[in-house]
Design a protein around this ligand. Structure first.
Ligand SMILES: *Cc1c(COP(=O)(O)O)cnc(C)c1O
Length: 425
């Protein structure tokens, strides 16, 4: 049995694992073509045919709609911008409440504040880390307008249950699908099940354009409003003859022709990448399944998982070794694991209710009739995962040819073989 690296032995992972890369000659050629043509963006921020962007933007949007089987795709310059556009499009009023999960990238929870609406945190499910329908239902008030669902780590949320709750209470659902492109829920692509879905094309996601995002919807009204918010709406609503001008404060969320050209090539590769990653995850599953006190990611019936992150749970009471010690041992072996994710309700902005200015706006404004709590304890499952049991393996960082995955599996097994030694120190 080889000695733990933490105790002076050699590292189980003694070479650099191949990093995940998505770019090839296809993207190179696509970029060259745009650069040679000379028009790096063709958007005009006035009412004109180029208000909707140039040829590559239109091409990517139609390809995206075809691939995901959705009526409209609206490209934007990030998933974050897409969240802002979507929440503006649905007609949020100041003081409306939007239910959000605490386990997500911060933009999901911050986006309602852009429209002076109030984020309300619902707890998550322990198995999938996704927002819990039961907790959503408990958080609904007369002020609730929308639910933000994140298919976190690449596994679909309980979308049927959530859509049914929304229907009963007349709420809009927005799917932040940044981490789950190409995942399926009961035969449908995630991102296309709610009223609006948003995809990220930032550098860390399954496919990317550097920065970028795409909003999808089957709703004509929402699509038009997102197109307006993307591109200086206030200057366009008059000439375009738009009557509902609420939230038509336009940003510049436009994607460039270069990014769109790259996006078209990346989209063709998406399914190959997610298939490859599922294979790596299957090897990890097989190798880690029998390690005591460690739960591998769950894939629920009717769901596929695209493994943006490989989320494990660790039960120290079963091994007698605290999580921090296991993480330390893993780092010593060369496994880049994280012993926490995030609990957004606990970040300073929510704890102090300070967003715009110093006086607690928008929570303190007259238009807000509620009194939302962000206290520690409101999301016990999410908090417990963070403080006690969660282990996140950033599978997205690696290309993971089988030899590399095997090496990671052996590193885990080495630690478990030496668990008695870890218990002693
Ligand atoms: C990455 C990510 C975002 C932000 O995406 P950007 O394109 O960087 O703005 C939002 N939500 C989730 C869940 C993400 O993972």
């Amino acid at each position: 049995m080889s000695k733990l690296a933490l105790l002076g032995g050699s590292k189980a992972i003694d070479r650099k694992l191949a990093p995940y890369t998505t770019l090839g000659i296809e993207e190179e050629q696509a970029v060259l073509e745009v650069v040679r043509k000379g028009n790096l963006s063709q958007f005009l921020g006035v009412w004109h045919e180029d208000f909707y962007g140039g040829p590559r933007i239109k091409k990517l949007e139609s390809e995206w709609s075809a691939y995901f089987n959705t009526k409209h795709s609206v490209t934007v310059n990030s998933n974050t911008s897409g969240l802002y556009a979507a929440l503006g499009a649905i007609g949020l009023e100041p003081g409306d409440e939007v239910i959000v999960p605490p386990w997500t990238m911060c933009a999901t929870a911050t986006a309602p504040l852009i429209w002076n609406a109030i984020p309300v945190f619902a707890d998550i499910e322990p198995e999938t880390f996704n927002i819990d329908p039961k907790s959503i239902e408990e958080r609904i008030t007369p002020r609730t307008k929308a639910i933000m669902v994140v298919n976190i780590f690449g596994h679909p949320a309980a979308l049927d249950e959530i859509m049914a709750i929304a229907k009963r209470h007349n709420l809009v659902v927005i799917e932040d699908n940044a981490q789950a492109p190409d995942a399926f829920y009961k035969g449908k692509h995630t991102g296309t099940i709610a009223d609006i879905g948003i995809f990220s094309l930032n550098y860390h996601k399954h496919i990317h354009t550097g920065e970028g995002g795409v909003c999808v919807t089957d709703n004509d009204h929402y699509a038009e409003r997102m197109q307006l918010i993307r591109n200086h709406a206030e200057a366009v609503v008059g000439p375009k003859g738009v009557s509902d001008i609420s939230n038509m404060i336009g940003f510049n969320f436009r994607m460039t022709e270069i990014e769109a050209a790259i996006g078209s090539e990346q989209l063709k590769k998406l399914h190959g990448f997610t298939t490859q990653r599922a294979k790596a995850a299957a090897i990890l599953d097989d190798g880690l399944r029998n390690l005591g006190g460690l739960d591998i990611p769950v894939v629920k019936e009717g769901c596929t998982h695209v493994y943006y992150n490989y989320g494990l749970q660790y039960h120290a009471e079963q091994t007698g070794v605290p999580r921090a010690k296991i993480v330390e041992a893993m780092h010593a072996e060369g496994i880049e694991i994280s012993g926490r994710y995030i609990n957004l309700h606990l970040i300073p902005m929510f704890q102090q209710k300070i967003a715009y200015g110093k006086n607690g706006f928008p929570w303190s404004a007259d238009f807000y009739k509620g009194n939302v709590s962000y206290e520690k304890g409101i999301c016990p499952v999410a908090e417990h995962l963070n403080t006690e049991t969660f282990l996140g393996f950033p599978i997205f960082s690696y290309a993971f040819p089988p030899a590399d995955v095997e090496m990671v599996v052996e590193a885990f097994q080495k630690i478990w073989d030496n668990i008695d030694d870890l218990r002693q120190i």
